[in-house]
Design a protein around this ligand. Structure first.
Ligand code: MG
Length: 203
């Protein structure tokens, strides 16, 4: 399986990082070794001093496809989850200023904690889903999928032009505003609507 992610998909988050609003989706990948499952703890690595949480809605791809038409893209994911796109912001800022790739800033071990997945038909209107993140019990991020710049279907159609999607792949669909740093000892909790689906302790 592979992990794909879109950056800059919520206007308020683009503003908080002083980024430009993209004409086309900004896509990056994380290796499979970035996955953290079953509420496993995250061990803060020594190569960064500024890891940020970014809570994101996840899509699980359910069949192979390339050059998927936007009209049919909804048939290519069957389940939705929530995850955290951990980002070594210091390494990413350095890479961005040098015009260099972000891979290490986004793809390090444990940088993709994910929840279990929920059948998309059991979630109500997935185009109007609230999701949120708490740090040590305090609400830090709240988003709604209706505010995405690029819809789930547009993301799938766009990625599949370049990279064939396969069953089991996971797509991170972008973070709303409110990103910030984590520290050892913090506990993160991620929710879809009022249901807590993911918990990560920083060790
Ligand atoms: Mg992100």
């Amino acid at each position: 399986m592979k992990i794909l992610a879109i950056g800059r998909n919520y206007a308020a988050h683009i503003e908080e990082l002083n980024n430009e609003r993209p004409e086309e989706p900004v896509i990056f990948t994380k290796p499979e070794t970035a996955l953290l499952q079953k509420n496993a703890p995250f061990y803060y690595p020594d190569f960064t001093k500024n890891i940020h949480y970014e809570v994101e809605i996840l899509l699980r791809i359910c069949k192979h496809g390339k050059y998927i038409d936007k009209r049919f893209a909804g048939n290519y994911f069957d389940a939705v989850g929530i995850g955290i796109d951990f980002t070594a912001r210091d390494l990413q800022d350095k890479a961005k200023s040098g015009g260099l790739p972000w891979d290490l800033a986004k793809g390090f071990n444990g940088s993709a904690p994910i929840s279990g997945f929920i059948d998309k038909n059991n979630l109500g209107d997935i185009k109007n889903l609230n999701f949120s993140l708490k740090l040590d019990g305090e609400l830090k991020q709240h988003g709604n999928t209706s505010l995405m710049l690029f819809s789930f279907e547009e993301i799938i159609a766009y990625i599949s032009k370049f990279i064939m999607l396969k069953k089991g792949d996971i797509i991170f669909t972008g973070t709303p505003h409110g990103v910030g740093p984590v520290a050892i000892g913090n506990k993160l909790e991620a929710f879809i609507e009022d249901e807590k689906l993911l918990e990560v302790e920083i060790k």
